[in-house]
Ligand binder design. Structure first.
Ligand SMILES: NC(=O)c1ccc[n+]([C@@H]2O[C@H](COP(=O)([O-])OP(=O)(O)OC[C@H]3O[C@@H](n4cnc5c(N)ncnc54)[C@H](OP(=O)(O)O)[C@@H]3O)[C@@H](O)[C@H]2O)c1
Length: 252
């Protein structure tokens, strides 16, 4: 278990949505949080004004040089937890596929978490945790967001590999695959319909993902590594046709 009394976490993408909820939860748990934002300066500053133990940094994780420069700025800090949360979701046109968007999506969603893990691994305390925020989209095929789904599938994969590589230092590497979460920058009109196809009958809240993050990086989860926990209210348990068949049977 991590050996310093003051727990320190890095959380990327704290300006809104799930990252904001995770930063808030971790400060509440007693962590000093180093959080990043990219374009959401006002939101990040607003959050900082509410959370005394939050330091904020502007970093564009789509630019490798920016990510590496950020690592340098963290010089001298040792971490109990690194939460790779920042992510982008860009819709694609199959007939006019934008490979630059593919590259950007992979840089932010996959390569930046890997770079931060590699460059900061010697500054994660033995017994610490890396938490990667993936997505249930990484478990299925997509229609107009292949880059997003593939980047999340690969994030789930490197979570397993990093767990193997860092296990000897008792560093756990875990993931969360959220289902449809409301109150985030990733919501679309369609995403609000997801509740209808979810066992619990609703979308999730960022705070519900933050509570799981809090557990997974805590010593209570000390035998959990390499795995990505699905937090989707049961969305991946529901087969639309089976649900429709059951409804027609009830109505007959
Ligand atoms: N919302 C969902 O339903 C859902 C479901 C499954 C998984 N997820 C995953 O959950 C994580 C958080 O997403 P969210 O839903 O909270 O989305 P969000 O509200 O759009 O927040 C995304 C965060 O990532 C940051 N970010 C985006 N591009 C960046 C870049 N180039 N460099 C640095 N930071 C960047 C944003 O910073 P700025 O705003 O400051 O630019 C923001 O803080 C993502 O990894 C996402 O894939 C979300």
């Amino acid at each position: 278990m991590a050996n310093s009394k003051v727990k320190v976490a890095l959380v990327t993408g704290i300006s809104k949505g799930i990252g904001k909820a995770i930063a808030t939860q971790l400060v509440d748990d007693g962590y000093m949080v180093y959080g990043t934002y990219n374009t959401g300066e006002a939101e990040a500053k607003d959050l900082k004004s509410n959370l005394k133990k939050l330091e904020i940094f502007q970093v564009d994780l789509s630019q490798r040089s920016n990510t590496l420069q950020f690592v340098d700025e963290l010089h001298g800090i040792e971490f109990d937890a690194i939460v790779n949360n920042a992510g982008i979701y860009q819709q694609e046109k199959f007939d006019d596929f934008d490979l630059s968007a593919w590259d950007r999506t992979f840089e932010v969603n996959l390569t930046a978490p890997l770079v931060l893990s590699l460059k900061l691994k010697d500054r994660i305390k033995d017994g610490g945790t890396i938490l990667n925020i993936a997505s249930t989209d990484g478990l299925t095929g997509s229609f107009n967001s292949m880059a997003y789904a593939a980047s999340k599938a690969a994030l789930i994969s490197i979570t397993k590999s990093l767990a193997n590589l860092l296990g000897p230092r008792a560093i756990r590497v875990v993931g969360i695959a959220p289902g449809w979460i409301s109150n985030t920058g990733m919501n679309t009109d369609a995403s609000f319909e997801a509740g209808e196809l979810t066992s619990l009958g609703r979308n999730g809240a960022p705070e519900e993902i933050a509570q799981l993050a809090s557990f997974l990086i805590s010593d209570k989860a000390c035998f959990i590594t390499g795995t990505t926990v699905i937090a989707d209210g049961g969305y991946t348990c529901v087969d639309y046709i089976m649900k429709k068949e059951a409804r027609s049977q009830q109505e007959a």
